[in-house]
Design a protein around this ligand. Structure first.
Ligand SMILES: C=C(O[C@@H]1C=C(C(=O)O)C=C[C@H]1O)C(=O)O
Length: 186
């Protein structure tokens, strides 16, 4: 069972990344999923025409139990943001970010006003930003079909879930590379 099953909101914690786990991730995804920098910046560097964020939803909701555990939060509401990162008209990444209410204080409240501005452009300009735990897994790509023009069938997608700490407050960012987009071949 992958750690991400958006259709059923069942998220399974993954073991801490071991060398063996990392070796099992196929290239080119390994290099991208283990990159500690901004995914937005790296995707933009691959663009020949346009990079854009398609916001699918950004609203208050109840995170899954696994998300709350990953964030070290008790039961609380969060601002949940789901987007597609579109590279030269290709949906490249599905991302789901969970911003717990208790983390949205002070300057962090700017996260509520992102609109189509990439989350990474805000995060990686914050001096206080720290990365925490990361989980990586392979999961069925078909669970993203409702957001896409072309349906995936049996294809799998590689994704990661990252903890970020902004002014000491935790948020989680889950990013899944959609099989249609191979960052090294586009
Ligand atoms: C965290 C980053 O922000 C990216 C942009 C996102 C958004 O706009 O919602 C979500 C996940 C990321 O792929 C990043 O660029 O590394």
């Amino acid at each position: 069972m992958p750690f991400i099953d958006f259709a059923h909101q069942t998220w399974q914690p993954k073991p801490v990344l071991t060398d063996e786990c990392m070796k099992s991730i196929p290239e080119p995804y390994r290099s991208w999923l283990l990159d500690s920098g901004s995914l937005t910046q790296r995707l933009k560097s691959m663009c020949t025409r346009q990079f854009r964020v398609k916001v699918l939803r950004h609203e208050w909701g109840v995170p899954s139990r696994s998300e709350l555990e990953f964030l070290g939060c008790r039961h609380e509401m969060a601002s949940i943001r789901e987007v597609l990162l579109i590279v030269d008209d290709h949906p490249a990444v599905f991302a789901r970010s969970v911003l717990p209410a208790s983390s949205l204080t002070g300057e962090n409240r700017e996260l509520l006003e992102l609109g189509e501005r990439p989350l990474g452009e805000f995060l990686f300009n914050q001096p206080s930003l720290k990365r925490g735990q990361i989980e990586i897994d392979e999961l069925p790509a078909c669970q993203f079909n409702l957001h896409l023009d072309r349906p995936y069938k049996e294809e799998s997608a590689w994704g990661r879930r990252s903890q970020f700490f902004l002014n000491g407050k935790a948020i989680s960012v889950c990013e899944v590379f959609l099989p249609e987009y191979n960052p090294e071949l586009m």
